[in-house]
Design a protein around this ligand. Structure first.
Ligand code: WTA
Length: 656
């Protein structure tokens, strides 16, 4: 069986490692979950298992039914009423933990803020009133485009408090990407900042959005956080644009948390799929909070009175939603929130932060780990990382070498490594070790979380007991996406069609080994994973084609030591345009403007034509083979087989 996958890092090497790490007796003894029986218990009655977790939350009204499953439509905790922000804030304060730190915030400029649960509650309440004063109603979408500052979680929680639906856009996306996501989600209010800091320099945010905002007639208000203390020019449009701090002063301090239906939408988060149009993944309240609090507790073995947890993702991605904001806060946990880059002002920045706050749990992406390895195989002397007790990985397959380095060098050989597989759509971690129970193998995400059912299947949907195939999920889970915003048909078609309505088609290839362990290999669709960020080939292609000089473009992911995959674009120019180094720079900049810097092709290869089937479909797989210098298979089905040779010559000659 041939599975087309974006060539993930070290796919073959992933499987060939003999090492197995059993949880230490010491870790087992104190772990939240140390008894393997939990797997059987959850398997025997998954609904009871999830209900047990839901019971740990505060419900304004109990549910009548745990699950209503009319595949692929799920409703969890039917009839229940809950307020997510109450669960993340008020109940901890009411329990006497108001002075516990919610976030140790470290700014990229070295600024420090310590935010307790009481502090975060008051900011959230006040800002919820600001939103109300601006006319935001329950169910309405509020855009958030912010740097990693404490206002970001507060803004999300304020939305949750009043039943507004947040739509966070990663700060690295372009103004054009923000415009598109605001328009398609019908956002009427956007929260942004005057600027974000990049290596010590303020980079205007609000100002860079102005043109895009003017193209959004429905945008009633833009709330601007003054991140830099007035250092960048920020034109404010009368009647639309308001300052966060001024609104906060004018708003009431108290905003009671209103209960909402368990299925009330909590947020939309856009992610890339196989088409040029990003998908608005829709999550709801009660099930989502149950799923993320359960997995955060069990996977990271959280004890709030002991742990200082640092998830080094950005709030603009699902990892930030689930495991910087909702999971940790629901669990009353203390987190680090870091605004800057790992190497600013120096390459020891992360180690400095771990030492300063006594971080016990670090959750990051393999791309960061590979970067650290590149900087030097050892942690520079003088940094004390001995407080660390658990390490997590997410976002892309981790190769055993990086896994082992993470465990040995950062974790000093004593910290279990949890490689957690999940997606924006799953909302919560789905395949992962439980650190007090599961033996780990470097490079494997191990087994499904208790209560989760995963299977690898063939093209025809037959279950593969051992071997490779398509990864599927078989049973509803509380944090699962409920639909795509305003596009239920696409939801069904994308995820619940290939193997039937009851089977969620993940879009990843995986192997199962002799112990039933899962090894996720990479995407099976046209999604590229750059540094753990999902990008669609079609989205990048359509941004290239929107340049006046480009007639046609095909984009593929190529292996990259640093970023896992990197974008390579094959570009055919319009008549009258000549290839040049300047044009390469211009096209890269063009993509940055359309989507964001993260989508800039690393490599652009000029092609007079692209390999297409007779029906006109671009053969990306062939382009991947050409780019990597692999032997090409049968090309006679191509409309013009000569194209392949021509592009091959270009690649060889390094004309790109
Ligand atoms: C990939 C990020 C291997 C996978 C939470 C998935 C992984 C996509 C892992 C989702 C992992 C994520 N091992 N691959 N531990 N975690 N992926 O939606 O291809 O940004 O489908 O969610 O990242 O990316 P997303």
């Amino acid at each position: 069986m041939e599975i087309q996958i974006g060539e993930g890092p070290d796919v073959e090497a992933l499987m060939h490692t003999e090492e197995v790490f059993e949880p230490s007796e010491e870790f087992k003894a104190q772990a939240n979950f140390g008894d393997p029986a939990v797997y059987d218990r959850a398997e025997a009655d998954p609904e009871a298992w999830w209900a047990e977790w839901a019971h740990k939350l505060d419900w304004a009204q109990p549910w009548d039914k745990v699950l209503e499953w009319d595949a692929p439509w799920a409703k969890w905790f039917v009839g229940g009423k809950i307020n997510v922000s109450h669960n993340c804030l008020d109940r901890h304060v009411a329990a006497g933990n108001g002075d516990r730190v919610a976030y140790y915030w470290v700014g990229e400029d070295g600024a420090r803020r310590t935010i307790t649960y009481s502090d975060l509650l008051s900011t959230t309440e006040r800002f919820a009133n600001v939103l109300k004063n601006l006319g935001v109603q329950p169910g309405e979408t509020v855009g958030i485009y912010l740097p990693m500052i404490p206002e970001a979680p507060a803004a999300m929680l304020a939305c949750a408090r009043i039943g507004a639906v947040h739509n966070v856009v990663f700060g690295g996306f372009s103004a054009e990407a923000v415009r598109e996501r605001m328009e398609t989600s019908h956002a009427k209010v956007l929260i942004t900042a005057d600027a974000t800091l990049r290596r010590g320099e303020p980079l205007p945010m609000k100002q860079s959005l102005d043109e895009a905002l003017d193209a959004l007639p429905d945008m009633r208000h833009v709330v601007v956080v003054d991140r830099t203390g007035g250092k960048v020019e920020t034109p404010m449009r009368e009647g639309r644009d308001v300052w966060w701090h001024e609104q906060m002063l004018a708003a009431d301090a108290d905003c009671p948390a209103e209960p909402f239906d368990a299925e009330h939408p909590l947020f939309i988060l856009y992610t890339s799929g196989s088409t040029a149009k990003p998908k608005g993944i829709q999550h709801t309240s009660g099930g989502f909070l149950t799923g993320v609090s359960a997995t955060h507790n069990a996977v990271f073995d959280i004890k709030p009175e002991r742990d200082v947890y640092w998830c080094a993702a950005d709030i603009g991605w699902v990892t930030g939603h689930s495991y910087i904001v909702y999971g940790p806060l629901a669990n009353g946990c203390t987190s680090v929130l870091y605004e800057g880059a790992p190497d600013y002002p120096h390459q020891g920045r992360w180690w400095e932060i771990i030492q300063e706050y006594g971080v016990t749990i670090l959750y990051t992406a393999p791309t960061a780990i590979r970067t650290f390895i590149k900087w030097g195989r050892d942690i520079p002397d003088g940094y004390d990382l001995s407080t660390l007790r658990l390490l997590g990985s997410v976002g892309e397959p981790i190769n055993p070498r990086a896994w082992l380095w993470y465990r040995d060098v950062i974790g000093g050989g004593r910290c279990p490594v949890v490689d957690t597989w999940w997606q924006t759509e799953t909302g919560m971690i789905m395949i992962t070790p439980l650190p007090g129970i599961t033996a780990t193998k470097p490079g494997s995400a191990t087994r499904p979380f208790p209560g989760v059912s995963a299977e690898v299947v063939t093209h025809d949907g037959e279950i593969v007991e051992q071997g490779g195939g398509f990864l599927t999920l078989r049973r509803p889970w509380p944090a699962m996406a409920r639909t795509l915003y305003l596009d239920p048909d696409r939801f069904v078609e994308t995820y619940w069609s290939r193997f039937g309505r009851e089977v969620y088609d993940v879009g990843d290839a995986a192997r199962v080994d002799e112990d039933g362990y899962f090894w996720v290999l990479g995407r099976t669709d046209d999604v590229i994973n750059v540094s753990g960020h999902r990008l669609s080939t079609m989205e990048v292609e359509s941004s290239l084609v929107s340049h006046e000089g480009v007639a046609e473009a095909a984009v593929i992911g190529q292996n990259d030591e640093q970023t896992g995959q990197a974008i390579t674009a094959f570009v055919t120019l319009e008549g009258g345009w000549e290839p040049s180094a300047e044009l390469i720079a211009e096209l890269r900049e063009h993509v940055a403007e359309k989507i964001g810097k993260l989508a800039r092709p690393k490599r652009i290869i000029w092609a007079d034509d692209l390999p297409k089937t007779r029906s006109g479909k671009i053969m990306r797989r062939l382009l991947r083979d050409i780019a990597d210098g692999r032997e090409l298979g049968d090309v006679t089905t191509l409309r013009d087989p000569a194209v392949v040779g021509m592009i091959g010559e270009r690649v060889k000659a390094g004309e790109d």
